[in-house]
Design a protein around this ligand. Sequence first.
Ligand code: ADP
Ligand code: MG
Length: 556
Amino acid sequence: ANATETRKFEAEVAQVLHLVTHSLYSHKEIFLRELISNASDACDKLRFQALSDPALKGMDADLHIDVLWGPEARTLSVRDNGIGMTREDVIANIGTIASSGTRKFLENLSGDQKADARLIGQFGVGFYAAFVVADKVTVHTRHAGADAAQGVKWESDGKGEYLLESEELPEHGTTVTLHLKADEDEFLKAWQLRSLVHKYSDHVAFPIRLPKDKDGKPTDELETINAASALWTRPKSEITDEEYVNFYKSMGHDFNDPLAWTHNRVEGTQSFTTLLYVPAQVPFDLMMGGRDERKGLKLYIKRVFVMDAAEQLLPAYLRFVRGVVDSDDLPLNVSREILQQNRQVDRIRGACVKRVLDLLDKLARDEGEKFATFWGAFGNTLKEGVVEDPDHRERIAGLLRFASTAGEGAAQTVSLDDYIGRMQVGQEAIWVISAETHAAAAGSPQLEALKAKGVEVLLLSDRIDEWMLNSLTEYKGKRIRNAAKGELPLDESDKQKQEEATKEAEPLLERIKTLLGDRVGEVKVSARLVDSPSCLALSDHEMAPHLARLLREAGQ
Ligand code: ADP
Ligand code: MG
């Protein structure tokens, strides 16, 4: 009945389209990577579903991706014989924005074009990148499980509406055809397309084929031009940095170079390969606080893509990690439920955590600048691990960086080991102070006594710090103490001075107590202060003032 219909994009799609086309202009060729990445995902899905669905059996024998250019019609097509889409799939996947993270992203957009361009570079722009170079895009698709009559055509100029039509399609899979804008002729040249495929998609695990050309025109003869081997299955020694970087980008989550990676093979009672990347910038889904929507770690079983399994294979505090895990032993019919409580998965997860922490250690030790980049982007995420992963608490704590009274302003550069290395003779604790802002921490009157004694104090002012400090009570056998809490340790002469001062000040203390009444627990003479006449202090078991305020704001 609804063979042909015109539908409107969701309002958000129009916004994304506008942003993508304006922001990606200087990197417009990435549309090809995005389309090939989708085609590869579609082949992965068919291969996986063919294992269990008898109707799809054998359809995965010759999966491939073709990049076809038509100089006369000025079109460029990416065609795959993967899983394809039903009409409902097309409506759900193209023309809407399924991810609630993207919605939040759009709500938070500033009017500042520049900032927006930077933001958009931080997430896989996906299908919509086609509109950077095309003024019309046509999709022909048929689900592998549907018959020839159930093909679907989708078409749009990216301006707000799209057309849907039923059509007869002899082959399953998807063809995305771009009608190129007037000045995009470079994407009609075989050599240019070939070099782009090499650059961005060499290690896509399916053959990518291009027609051979004759006098600038495509012939019927197709030629496979990528390596089509899964990169992670090759020996480390044979893989160049450039190949690692391009593979990362070909996964389609980030358009920047990764910061670092670690590639390992474990052989034994259980065998698996991990190739894990740390991005250089906060990926888009993370930036939106998406602890629940985690993408980017793909689980393969004997080179067959099974599912995105970031949640099962990495703890939340390492959710910035991207990459691939390939297991030789897990059964291909695993479900998410099985993954949640499988001992083999636990081992793989343990190995992933260890590899990432090793990688971060190495960066901290040998590549300070890169580590600083990491810390700036993901430091606060990593801090969650102090609370959530007691087994690795000490290792994670060793990676933390703080501002310090002995450091450079608000820059977070001082590690707990740096601190311990500078501790004074006889000093037993690591002193920190936490406040809502760096300025408040650095200017806190509670620091004065420690400062006067030349004791270094770490200055904590990130939102998460107070929560983290509840779990971070010691490091390498040294207590971590908050200068805002309790009595400071006094030496003998201080004690005597304090007693004398208390006696002298008795009448004054009495007066203040009467004036303040119930509003304070106690009024004391203190060695805490040097220049300020007075300060408020908490007893050891009281909540820090700004944490108390946060909880109040949250209605607790
Ligand atoms: P992502 O790939 O991150 O999901 P995209 O914008 O690239 O986002 O693609 C949106 C969705 O459209 C995909 O998740 C998929 O469901 C569908 N899709 C796009 N291209 C194809 C294709 N070639 N074959 C099958 N489905 C596709
Ligand atoms: Mg995609």
